[in-house]
Design a protein. Structure first.
Length: 99
């Protein structure tokens, strides 16, 4: 039986942040979505980032250039999107405030 080689790098979807293998770039207690070198993805809120640091054979976040590890994390989507909430002046109309 022939073993498949993992791909060099899957296409990173829009909105995801590419990861270069230099440690965990997010808060270890956050729950980002992650994308592995083999192309599979986890949803946000599934596991903490720390879970992928403490894998049995090493961290999925840490890998070197040229690595072909199928479980290398190559992209992530952070847990929370930051939404700016405008301050509303109730004494003025919405159109006066540009809302």
């Amino acid at each position: 039986m022939v073993r498949r080689r993992s791909p060099e790098q899957p296409r990173i979807p829009t909105g995801w942040t590419q990861h270069n293998g230099e440690g965990c770039p997010v808060d270890p207690l956050s729950k980002p979505a992650v994308m592995f070198r083999i192309g599979s993805k986890t949803p946000r809120d599934m596991q903490t980032a720390e879970h992928w640091i403490n894998m049995g054979e090493g961290s999925c976040w840490d890998w070197e250039e040229g690595s072909r590890g199928p479980m290398d994390i190559v992209a992530y989507w952070e847990e929370d999107d930051i939404v700016e909430i405008p301050v509303i002046d109730l004494s003025r109309s919405a159109s006066e405030q540009g809302l």
